[in-house]
Design a protein around this ligand. Sequence first.
Ligand code: ADP
Ligand code: MG
Length: 244
Amino acid sequence: MTKELIVVKDLHKNFGDLEVLKGIDQTIHQGEVVSIIGPSGSGKSTFLRCLNLLEKPTSGQIIFEGVDIAAENVDIDTHRKKIGMIFQHFNVFPHLTVLENITITPILELKTPKAEAEKEAIELLKKVGLEDKKDEYPRKLSGGQKQRLAIVRALAMHPDVILCDEPTSALDPEMVKGVLEVIKELANQGMTIVIVTHEMGFARETSDRVLFMDEGIIQEQGTPEDIFEHPQNPRTIKFLSQVL
Ligand code: ADP
Ligand code: MG
């Protein structure tokens, strides 16, 4: 078995009186592609946001590369640099060009020399078919192009894992495929990916493992075949009957 990258132990998250995550145990191995599916409000985004401490866990451990990042007094910035995050709404800087969007964080945070950061950014842009947009501002890009830019921005930091929260949900239907193809290509290259998605075809084709979340718990998990062809939990069966 490959290296354990993220080990989550008995993770709980409350917002006031609302208990959103009710004890999550999960191990993500290096190179794994894990899809999280489940109904709206089940805690999928909260779980993903806890993994890079955008939300502070109420209790439990998140051991990332051997360090419990949920513990007090952890310098989360050190670890967060290694965790890429892609949101539903593309997080790009509107006032920077495409190229600047990609290079700014490596230059500031990794101290990468500008010329080197630009060279790498252009290579990444070529991979996602945006090379000719390098001097444009994001407002000139379509939703799908903005999301591909957001992915490249994350990659420029050389993350050890990429967390994607419904990366195609805000896109027009014709834009979805191009973005999923970029993510699939990353998966094929061995990137560790945890993705919350409503794209069941993608989850089935691309994942090593699928987690079905409902009511703050991972109710069932398994290979895509286990989950999509032979689901066991009545909640999984009901959910799939509604979305497939
Ligand atoms: P999902 O991504 O599966 O749709 P979320 O993790 O976004 O679910 O939300 C799970 C529950 O937590 C919902 O009831 C939501 O309203 C609540 N919630 C999420 N974020 C917050 C927050 N910052 N403050 C209060 N409640 C929240
Ligand atoms: Mg969500």
